[in-house]
Design a protein around this ligand. Sequence first.
Ligand code: XMP
Length: 511
Amino acid sequence: MQHDKVLILDFGSQYTQLIARRVRELNIYSEIHPFNKIPSNLESYKAVILSGSPMSVRSDEAFHIDLEEIRGKKPLLGVCYGAQYLAHFHGGEVGASSTREYGRAHLSHIKDGEEFFKGISAGSQVWMSHSDTIKKLPTGGVLLASTHDVENAAYKIEGETTFAIQFHPEVYHSTDGKQLLENFLIHIAGVEPDWTPDSFVEETVERLQEMLGNDRVVLGLSGGVDSSVAAMLLHKAIGENLYCIFVNNGLLRKNEFSQVLQQYEGMGLNVKGVDASARFMDALKGQADPELKRKAIGKVFIDVFDDEAHQVKDVVWLAQGTIYPDVIESVSATGGPSATIKSHHNVGGLPDYMKLKIVEPLRSLFKDEVRRVGKSMGMSAELLGRHPFPGPGLAIRILGDITPEKVAILQEVDAIFVNNLKKWDLYDQVWQAGAMLLPVNSVGVMGDERTYEKCVALRAVESTDGMTADWVNLPYEFLQATSNEIINKVKGVNRVVYDISSKPPATIEWE
Ligand code: XMP
């Protein structure tokens, strides 16, 4: 079944991905493309949205877009830069604004009887983020809404289905933003909201069956959400022809290998658990540099996976859990379109010499959608709600060189921390949590004895994509109980600290 699609043309705004997500929350499929790479199959998009941008339309380097095939021919919505662009180059005027226009504002006036603002009243909070302002509407422009500081906060073009807004409906702080997108896309542009997780599963399974036929596919499971959901989709499509490989690198959480393996088997997956801990530990001996540790782990992983994959006879495909943020080509904020660079590799990233064709069933989904798809296939909330965990595992949480003893200490500490987060109902409020084993010994006293033992740092962050993060304000009582339990139960640790750094400038992992 063909779904109506929405095209989002990106001018490099930090919020462009949010537009796509908001649109998809309306059960409408949307795609992001750079403004200067408009897809040739324009007829397959029912409406177009122009994003914001760090660029000014008044700059000599302003981004220019060819709207010939879009404007007046398809419903079009300009957001921020998009709105300014439609004004400035079409008979209107944009100038520097004299008042501060960043953050919350409220619509003070809305034109009566406009479908675009249906269900939204004056007083509605909107999110502004711009330093230019529209001083004069373009030819045919009709004012639709103002705020106290911004007269031309929304307008339409007479005789077209072209709308423009200065504020950002995609940001949650615009309280009626979703309603506004619904008004534009569903009620004005007539887009059918029929893209749901169930329909995604059904169609993806059909597509995979067509594409893969009777071919065999290997997939590296990591225990994480993406590879698990990818595996379930493929399992639904090709059953026993999917060969999953789950490698224990000896750097997983406490008991994770056996627990996750059991869970996978319970889901009916054809999965082989490979305990290669010793090979990883060997390769890591004496390595203290974070990047060298990553490289060593990556290399052993590829060797182990390669060995295992070759044992599957006649395998043709390699499946990966790549998701949409990894594939979107976005416009960089410093000007000039550029591809986003993925700095970390999960279980994927296998060498070309494997000569396998690649299948990536989640390529079009955001992380929250991957979870919704998993849920619609009946996967457990526990698996779908798991925090992200880095491919190199505890190796990048043990600062300096790695020994089996250090891994064992950190596994105990981490298990207490994470179990307590669950016990205190805090786990789901945290995006990622873990413990770091620091390369320092400090003096302590236990009973009558002096100790000289390890220090661990606990880290819990809030984030949406790991690109930026803030530390979580965990209750003191929780920290107190967890610190006590760690020091009392984990031999070799006499001090616990809590990391209160945000990213940037710190990172989530310590290495
Ligand atoms: P940082 O430390 O860069 O982490 O703020 C951001 C997110 O990426 C994860 N991370 C990794 N994941 N291989 C991975 O698969 C890696 O080498 C790696 N390093 C960091 C980290 O856990 C966080 O979710």
